[in-house]
Design a protein around this ligand. Structure first.
Ligand code: GLY
Length: 344
């Protein structure tokens, strides 16, 4: 009978026999040798306040992941941001289900939660999964029970504003149902919005986090890209970090966080890396989601920071911005784009 010890020993030997020689490995995955960096925090545009909080913490010596989680907590706890945390738009049943994930570059650890209900700060629950368990991803009822056991407080995440939005969405779903539509002129909100934040500190340590309420009106149980390590965000302390906001279903198919970091590992600067990821995503878009001109009928963004402090964000359609904070302070900058904005 093979014991666990035998198995581990023989697996390690097989892996060693199959592994590349050091020169080959270096050629396959060149990594920059950087030991000091220019501290910078970047995020989706809704993180303009958060990048300042994160940057201030970073430059006062906080851990990279603690700094950016403090940054995204601002949006998670802001009931007016309908794409994340309290006040996030609910699922088809009117229940807010949150997704989040994080990676800590220096320790190569990751944590994630999906379809979490009743806890306002899923980013902190994802970090608790990372810090206190041997797992990486917890979902649904198990994630909630874990959060409560860790001392997180349960609360109603649906606000009166989002409840009214949900009632309006439901009333207009089907003109033949029994729900009357009272306000034809009020636009139905929809979001695949999210907050992704990435940073590098002066030592060149890197972290990434993404948190979201996911796609508005989703089928209960739907999990987007945000909690998927390698899609919603990814971090490799030798290269950089990347993450995404926008249509998660499109990102999951290209593992966009991971792919962007891999493009940087191959030597591309962040703006080229995000554009190459967007090109791959367009190539992987199914026919039903393409407009007559062959371009996607949705938008999506990727954000990337390299170990040396270079950064960029990219969007399919011209016009999106992202938030940055470095020694020049917090500001919005333009995303690079693949396509001019379609005319209406
Ligand atoms: N990117 C957020 C989501 O699709 O859930």
């Amino acid at each position: 009978m093979t014991t666990r010890r035998d198995f581990l020993t023989s697996s390690a030997a097989a892996a060693a026999a199959l592994s590349l020689r050091p020169q080959q490995a270096a050629a396959a995955a060149p990594t920059p040798r950087i030991t000091a960096s220019r501290p910078v925090v970047i995020s989706s545009a809704n993180g303009l306040r958060g990048v300042k909080v994160a940057y201030d913490r970073l430059t006062r010596g906080a851990d990279t992941l603690d700094a950016i989680i403090a940054g995204v907590n601002i949006q998670e706890l802001d009931a007016d941001d309908q794409s994340v945390g309290i006040g996030g738009l609910p699922n088809a049943d009117g229940v807010v289900q949150l997704d989040a994930s994080c990676m800590h570059g220096p320790t190569k650890r990751a944590g994630s939660v999906g379809a979490l209900e009743g806890i306002a700060t899923p980013s902190l629950v994802a970090k608790a999964v990372m810090d206190y368990t041997d797992h990486i991803m917890l979902v649904g009822e198990g994630a909630k029970r874990f959060a409560l056991a860790m001392g997180f407080k349960e609360q109603e995440l649906l606000t009166e504003k989002t409840r009214q939005d949900w009632l309006r969405w439901r009333a207009r779903l089907n003109k033949d149902d029994a729900w009357l539509d009272h306000d034809d002129d009020v636009a139905i909100k929809f979001t695949t919005g999210t907050i992704n934040m990435n940073c590098v500190d002066a030592k060149g340590d890197i972290s990434s986090v993404t948190t979201t309420s996911g796609m508005a009106w989703k089928i209960p149980g739907r999990i987007g890209d945000s909690p998927v390590i390698g899609a919603g965000q990814y971090c490799d302390n030798t290269v950089g970090a990347a993450g995404s906001t926008g249509r998660g279903e499109a990102n999951i198919k290209v593992c966009g966080g991971f792919l962007t970091v891999e493009f940087m590992r191959q030597g591309l600067p962040p703006e080229q890396a995000v554009l190459r990821t967007l090109e791959r995503l367009v190539a992987m878009t199914e026919q039903r989601l393409l407009r007559p001109d062959g371009r996607p009928n949705f938008d999506i963004q990727f954000y990337a920071v390299a170990k040396d402090g270079r950064y960029a964000a990219g969007t399919l359609y011209e016009g999106a911005q992202f938030a940055v904070c470095d020694e020049k302070g917090p500001r919005l900058e333009k995303c690079v784009h693949l396509f001019a904005r379609p005319s209406r």
